[in-house]
Design a protein around this ligand. Structure first.
Ligand code: FAD
Length: 440
């Protein structure tokens, strides 16, 4: 059996590794149009901020590694231009030589990921305007930082990538202004929680302009919709990403309502023997069962593993997502899982909401305040979602909440969880338990 995989970052390489574990005999080939593979995209903002020592820590594997460890042939600099699902062929272009060739598959796994959107802003194509999606993008930003030494930057968009960059640029001595069209930062959070994030950013010297947009990008500044001029020797567009679906679409694969590739629980597309995984696919929400698109590395690795398993006769099935995510800005961690209050209301839930501020662990051992927002369904009592901000212990709490929501816990169940306590780690009644107590 010959398995061809398109794309070699999180989804594609996870699929290849699992396929090899299931099958010693399969021929496994990956085509990747970029030069870097299997890297930690999530670490790129920290490399830019000089918090990661070595490039190899971010990009630890190359084609040789995959050949030696998994007997997988990875062809970088090779773009798949076309998929022919009838004859089970792909057309590939060697980007170095320009040569075109075809390859035949028995199973095809599409792991083409996503791309960063560049809105049609006047001046967006200048050489001091960047997006950050790949190692190639990161290297371009670093070269610019090192050669032009900008003192000011504007980041368009306040999602987690823009926010992580704001910290890392600030660490490099750059004055950052973030511009957001919406009336709040961090669009995925509810506004009341986003307010803490904005206040924190401003407290760390980042300027934030909400309810505003960038109209024009000049050589050393940008002009906002409010007509304000903001200095910007460097501009980052972090205004969202879209799934890379053109190849799948032109092959005839169905797309879902979110615009990403539709797959079933086994990562099978609507075309025979063609699977898809990672950021290019549509997911479904574990609470609502409805289609959503939450492109995250955690999910891309998981769906890659499922695609590799199912393509080689396995039976792991995808169980949906909560969109659990966490990021850090300076010392503040921001996390969420499940539905926001806004989403829950849009979906018609009669929502009950709690806010509690509790200490992460004994104060005499460095405990810090955690602000936790819980969202539950008033009728069934089921916990629907949680958002947390704080400087300590956010990561462990969000994962407990995610686990509770996954298994259908009611808010009141949280009090009854038998959670670990010792002063360096928690409080006698953990903040998770308090959320249950006040939502009973
Ligand atoms: P991609 O990483 O997009 O890889 C797809 C690959 O397919 C690309 O290399 C592309 O060149 C290749 N390709 C596309 N079309 C073709 C073609 N026709 N022929 C050949 N090759 C093709 N997620 C988290 O969970 N936590 C985080 O903290 C986090 N931080 C992030 C920080 C940054 C700055 C960024 C950019 C992302 C972050 N993510 C994070 C998201 C995470 O990196 C992605 O979810 C993950 O990389 C998706 O992997 P993928 O393999 O599906 O897609």
């Amino acid at each position: 059996m010959r398995i061809i995989i398109i794309g070699a970052v999180a989804g594609g390489t996870s699929a290849a590794a699992k396929a090899r574990r299931n099958s010693e005999d399969a021929e496994i080939v990956i085509y990747e149009k970029d030069s870097f593979i299997s890297y930690s995209g999530c670490g790129m903002p920290y490399y830019i901020g000089a918090h990661v020592d070595r490039f190899e820590d971010l990009v630890p594997r190359d084609a040789d590694f995959f050949k030696k460890k998994y007997d997988v042939d990875v062809f970088t600099g090779h773009e798949v231009l076309d998929v022919d699902p009838i004859h089970k062929r792909v057309q590939v272009k060697n980007l170095t030589s320009g040569k075109l060739f075809t390859d035949k598959y028995d199973k095809l796994i599409i792991a083409t990921g996503a791309y960063a959107v560049k809105p049609p802003i006047k001046g967006v194509d200048q050489d001091h305007v960047f997006t950050l999606r790949s190692i190639t993008d990161m290297n371009q930003i670093l070269t610019f930082l090192e050669t032009r030494k900008p003192k000011t930057a504007v980041i368009i968009g306040t999602g987690f990538i823009g926010l992580e960059l704001s910290e890392n640029f600030t660490d490099r001595g750059i004055q950052v202004t973030m511009v957001e069209r919406l009336p709040q930062v961090t669009p995925g959070l509810d506004g009341d929680m986003a307010d803490y994030v904005q206040e924190y950013l401003e407290g760390h010297g980042v300027q934030v302009k909400i309810n505003d947009g960038v109209e024009t990008i000049g050589k050393e500044d940008v002009v906002l919709s409010s007509e304000e001029k903001v200095p910007a020797e460097l501009v980052i567009v972090a205004a969202g990403i879209r799934p890379n679906v053109s190849l799948a679409k032109s092959a005839g694969a169905m797309l879902g309502v979110t615009g990403a590739i539709q797959v079933n629980h086994r990562m099978e597309t609507s075309l025979p023997d063609i699977y898809a995984c990672g950021d290019c696919i549509e997911h479904f929400h574990l609470v609502t069962g409805k289609p959503v698109w939450r492109p995250l590395g955690s999910t891309a690795n998981k769906t890659g593993r499922i695609a590799g398993d199912c393509a080689t006769g396995g039976d792991i099935e995808f169980r949906g997502i909560l969109g659990t995510g966490i990021f850090k800005i300076f010392d503040l961690a921001v996390a969420q899982t499940g539905l926001s209050e806004r989403e829950a209301k849009e979906l018609g839930y009669d929502v009950s909401v709690s806010h509690n501020i509790k200490i992460s662990r004994a104060e005499y051992l460095g405990g810090k305040e955690l602000i936790i927002k819980g969202i539950a369904d008033r009728n069934s009592g089921r916990l629907l979602g949680v958002q947390i901000v704080g400087e300590d212990g956010v990561d462990k709490r969000v994962d407990v909440f995610a686990t509770a929501i996954t298994f259908g816990a009611k808010a009141e169940d949280l009090f009854h969880l038998d959670l670990a306590y010792a002063p360096p780690f928690s409080t006698t009644k953990d903040p998770v338990m308090y959320t249950g107590m006040i939502m009973e």
